[in-house]
Design a protein around this ligand. Structure first.
Ligand SMILES: [Zn+2]
Ligand SMILES: [Zn+2]
Length: 1022
């Protein structure tokens, strides 16, 4: 007997039952070890999945469940196929995201607050702050682990990797040393995007399109009076960032444009681009005095409103030639628009990327105006100490007082914000550290040893990365173009972060300051640090390589012998996740990286076969960082294939937001939807498209697929129990462990004697053929990393199974059939299908798969099974085609019956149908025609006026047909009142029926399990 199946199963509760079982009975451990050579016979095949670490900073959202479903699906599939795997999950730990949350928790507002956490002791304060960051990571990694388990995700949870580990940090040192040896690390002084709250540079890689906000700023048209001219004319410039005006060095124009001198309503004169006169003045001007080419303006000098500030007058004095001059722009650096503004561009070399580049090209000086928190610097006179971003009115009011404002207007534009704290960014000139993308390396590093692109001419890191990126299989295919687009255009990689605490300690030792020689070195390992340490090793030993303890260690400058400290900066956080292919592959996911310990073994896992992440952002981040780091380390792709997927949105099509009420917290979603259904929703979705997710969508999937499967299973168990069906346990199934593991053969399949089936009912032959093709197609699709098509094929099959095979087989079970052989064939067929189906759906929906498998097969766990072996003999293309056609005929027949208006229960002597011929229905075998007749409940069928089945018309008297219909109706009524009374299928009844059925008494008694029948005018079931 099989355990009976509940029609109203509480699926989330069922899932929790299995979770408990899997972890308590060691099923997960056995699953992880299943294909491990030390415990099983043979597993030479490796499937290397590399996890993109989840940020351990908050609980998981349902959007994380999408990617994590893929991250579980393929390892499960390859485990069934007998591949050895690592099953390692990862957590991303270091960086601003954690710092910002810890700051919020503690109510800290600035760097000063952090360094005063232990009052008066900045080292102790930093140590405490770093510890709190570590604690936060550990707390949320635990929560995320539990949530992932709830999702049914099987992984080596006890040995997840953490990017804050010593192994990971030192491997990044190894990478940086490598870059240094190539001559690719340099210190650059540039205008960088800067967050005034976090007081740190935001690299170009971190500025994602979604971090731009639509912001309204008060923009200003400013008159800059020309000096040494007779006509008292001014240059009219326009800026959306008035706080940068004190930093103005030059005004840029396009030498080929026409510029006009315009006389305003009260006689003053302004230079503007001719094409913009109307836009600037409207009708409010007297006349155009003259028009000249921009070239004529080049070299003119002007006065600025802030020339008296000490920092400004200092630059004016030191650079009289360059200061406040009209220059011709370089179109490639700073193109000048004639659709907005004035055609004359305020250029502040210290406060803008293009301005800085232009300044560099023309050798312009710059005036640094703000400090790290965007306060004006002390040498900025009356502005000193005031915040440039928070108080833009200081500048505007002052300009109005000076009467140099032509007009202001509110201007809406897309403006970048800090990806972490959402503050508006500013631009600031800073010394930062970079990895050079376009530098040919030092001669001895020009061609890496044994490199796969040894003969290539690619020399610079950018060129090499492009070659490496092309070797990767990108899914969807546009991924490659997106990545190449980024690789071709990106700036050098800004790897330093000033003023931060919780991150990689950049191993750069610069011999700076007044007495230093100006050189710098990069250290590549803990061992090297120890060897080079002159002081502080004792204080550092035993600590992780983080602030503040790492900074106790000082080394000696190799050139001048001076004692040198580590740079105060931490690293760009994408270094952390980018190195994981090198740092996290280790023996049993523990200890020293195999890359250092046993490179040959490491090679069996590298490059990873597969990674999968949500696309947005990763081209500039994780994918980029991995490609960059692996190119430097080995000149090889770190992974062979990437499956990208879109963004999850609410059911209303909007991004999920708590405040909009369309966000779903993971645990709540899991308990309301059930994770099987959730996983199925992800699997059946096209990953290239964004996904709408919510409870209504979940209900559809539950009804249209999940419950259909459950009801097929329930049907089987209910009738198999009633008929006392026993799977031929001795012959049918071999005991677990008697077959070699790792060859991907399911024992259920191996022992299924398919030759017996060849004599079977056409329905059995058809469904077995369908099922065999399903197994082939699911395997093929999953091997192509196409979960969607695999899932949709399974849905179609389950629908066929339910709406055709089971529907047409209802007469073959229990009291409905007297043919014991056929009955047994039905059970055996459905049993074979359900057990094997439970195996092939287990990577998608492991809970219901386990429920079905363990109940039917009685084995330990579906998770320890092997992929079913198929028997090609079962594939029957002819039956498949004929059955497809048969179902079309049935559809047409049912439509025809509707037209005639006769219920399906009433048999018809003849039915005529017309179908558009999509196949040769003359080829349909008689046994399939019989299936059609039964389904349509007709005695004779005529298709398209010329085909008749049966050939010899079956003659039935009208009265006979009527009787048959009545009999069916009677049975239906009795069955439904049995149901209403809550009787079990094998409960016997006392029956009262009309006298007219006396002749069919015995037949009725058998069908409805009546022990006694009496006759009266009504129908009574007791
Ligand atoms: Zn910030
Ligand atoms: Zn030195």
């Amino acid at each position: 007997m099989f355990k009976s199946v509940n029609a109203n199963e509480n699926f989330p509760e069922m899932e929790k039952k299995w979770l408990k079982h899997w972890y308590e009975k060691g099923i997960v451990k056995k699953y992880l070890k299943k294909n491990n050579p030390s415990t099983s016979l043979r597993a030479k095949k490796y499937f290397s999945f590399l996890d993109g670490p989840i940020t351990a900073n908050n609980p998981m959202g349902v959007h994380h469940a999408w990617g994590r479903t893929y991250k579980d699906l393929w390892p499960r599939f390859y485990n069934l196929l007998g591949y050895k795997q690592r099953f390692q999950n990862g957590f991303d730990c270091q960086g601003l995201w954690v710092e910002v949350e810890v700051e919020k928790e503690l109510g800290l507002r600035s760097k000063k607050d952090i360094e005063n956490l232990v009052p008066g002791d900045s080292k102790a304060s930093i140590s405490k702050f770093v510890q709190l960051c570590k604690d936060r990571v550990l707390k949320f990694s635990k929560i995320q682990t539990e949530q992932s388990k709830r999702l049914g995700y099987f992984a080596d949870w006890e040995h997840s990797y953490f990017t804050m580990s010593d192994e990971n940090n030192y491997m990044i040192w190894n990478f940086l040393k490598n870059c240094y040896n190539h001559g690719w690390i340099y210190k650059g002084r540039e205008s960088v995007p800067w967050c005034p709250r976090c007081e740190t540079a935001i690299s170009q890689h971190e500025m994602l399109t979604e971090d731009y906000k639509e912001i309204v700023h008060e923009s200003v048209y400013l008159a800059l009076p020309l000096v040494k001219t007779h006509d008292r004319a001014s240059l009219l410039v326009w800026t959306t960032t008035p706080w940068t005006i004190p930093a103005n060095i030059a005004v840029a124009i396009n030498k080929d444009y026409d510029y006009s001198l315009v006389e305003g309503t009260s006689g003053e004169l302004f230079w503007v681009a001719k094409d913009l006169i109307d836009a600037v003045f409207g009708k409010d001007y007297k006349r155009i005095v003259k028009t000249v080419k921009g070239q004529k303006l080049v070299g003119l000098k002007y006065d600025g409103p802030f020339d008296h500030l000490p920092a400004v007058s200092e630059v004016a004095k030191n650079y009289p030639e360059k200061f406040h001059t009209v220059i011709a722009t370089d179109d490639l650096i700073l193109p000048i628009s004639v659709t907005e503004g004035t055609g004359l561009v305020h250029t502040a070399v210290s406060a803008g990327v293009e301005d800085f580049k232009l300044g560099k090209k023309y050798g312009l000086p710059m005036i640094p105006v703000i400090e790290d928190n965007a306060d004006y610097r002390p040498d900025m006179g009356f502005l000193a100490g005031k915040n440039a971003k928070k108080h833009p009115e200081i500048i505007l009011n002052y300009l109005r007082e000076k009467d140099v404002v032509f007009k202001t207007h509110h201007y809406k534009h897309r403006y970048p914000a800090c990806w972490r704290c959402k503050s508006e960014l500013v631009w600031k000139v800073e010394d930062e550290w970079y990895i050079a993308m376009d530098k040919v390396p030092n001669s001895k590093f020009q061609v890496p040893n044994k490199s796969k692109i040894q003969n290539s001419k690619s020399q610079t890191l950018r060129q090499r990365m492009i070659e490496v990126a092309k070797k990767i299989k990108w899914m969807p295919e546009f991924g490659l173009d997106r990545e190449l687009d980024w690789l071709k255009n990106m700036h050098d990689w800004l790897i330093s972060k000033k003023n931060r605490y919780w991150g990689l300690a950049l191993p750069i030792y610069e011999c700076g300051g007044d007495k230093g020689c100006g050189g710098f070195e990069v250290l590549g390992s803990k061992e090297e640090l120890k060897k080079r340490a002159v002081t502080g090793w004792k204080e550092f030993e035993g600590h992780s390589p983080h602030k503040p303890f790492i900074d106790e260690v000082k080394i000696k400058c190799q050139s001048c012998g001076k004692t040198v400290s580590r740079l105060n900066d931490v690293g760009n956080p994408w270094l952390d996740a980018g190195i994981v292919a090198y740092s996290t592959i280790s023996e049993d996911n523990q200890g020293q990286p195999l890359y250092l310990k046993d490179k040959k073994k490491w090679r069996s896992w590298f490059p990873a076969d597969f990674i999968t992440e949500s696309f947005p952002g990763q081209f500039k981040n994780w994918f980029y960082a991995q490609i960059a780091m692996s190119t430097v380390m080995e000149n090889e792709p770190p992974f062979k294939r990437v499956l990208g997927f879109g963004t999850q949105l609410g059911e209303d099509g909007r991004p999920m937001h708590k405040s909009w009420g369309n966000a779903i917290e993971f645990n709540e979603g899991a308990d309301k939807i059930g994770v099987d259904v959730m996983r199925w929703m992800f699997c059946r979705h096209n990953p290239a498209d964004n996904m709408l997710f919510g409870y209504k969508k979940a209900d559809e999937v539950r009804r249209q697929f999940y419950l259909m499967l459950w009801n097929v299973y329930k049907f089987f168990v209910e009738y198999a129990n009633l008929d006392n069906f026993k799977a031929r346990s001795q012959n049918f199934l071999a005991p677990v462990g008697t077959l070699p593991v790792g060859n991907g053969v399911s024992q259920v399949a191996k022992n299924f004697n398919s030759s017996l089936l060849l004599k079977k009912n056409v329905l059995d032959r058809w469904i077995l053929s369908r099922f065999t093709e399903l197994i082939i197609s699911v395997e093929k699709n999953l091997k192509e990393f196409n979960a969607k098509d695999a899932a949709l094929e399974i849905e179609k099959f389950v629908s066929d199974l339910s709406t055709w095979y089971i529907r047409r087989s209802r007469d073959r079970v229990w009291v409905n059939s007297d043919n014991e052989v056929d009955k047994n064939n039905f059970y055996e067929t459905l049993y074979y299908i359900l057990v094997n189906l439970s195996i092939i759906i287990s990577p998608f929906i492991p809970f219901v798969a386990e429920e079905i498998y363990t109940n039917l097969k009685g084995g330990e766990s579906v998770n320890l099974e092997n992929w079913p072996e198929i028997d090609n003999k079962l594939i029957n293309k002819k039956i498949k085609e004929q059955m497809n056609l048969a179902r079309k005929i049935v559809e047409a027949g049912q439509a025809e019956r509707k037209v005639v208006g006769v219920k399906i229960r009433i048999p018809l002597a003849n039915l005529q149908v017309k179908i558009e011929l999509t196949g040769n229905f003359k080829s349909i075998s008689n046994e399939i025609w019989d299936v059609i007749l039964k389904e349509l409940n007709v005695k004779n069928l005529t298709v398209n006026n010329n085909f008749h089945y049966p050939k010899k018309e079956v003659k039935v008297a009208e009265a006979e047909l009527e009787k048959e219909g009545k009999l069916r109706e009677l049975i239906r009524q009795i069955q439904s009142s049995r149901k209403l009374k809550g009787l079990k299928p094998n409960d016997k009844i006392n029956l009262t029926i009309p006298k007219e059925f006396e002749k069919e008494k015995d037949w009725i008694a058998k069908r409805v399990l009546a022990k006694k029948i009496v006759f009266d005018n009504k129908i009574i079931v007791q």
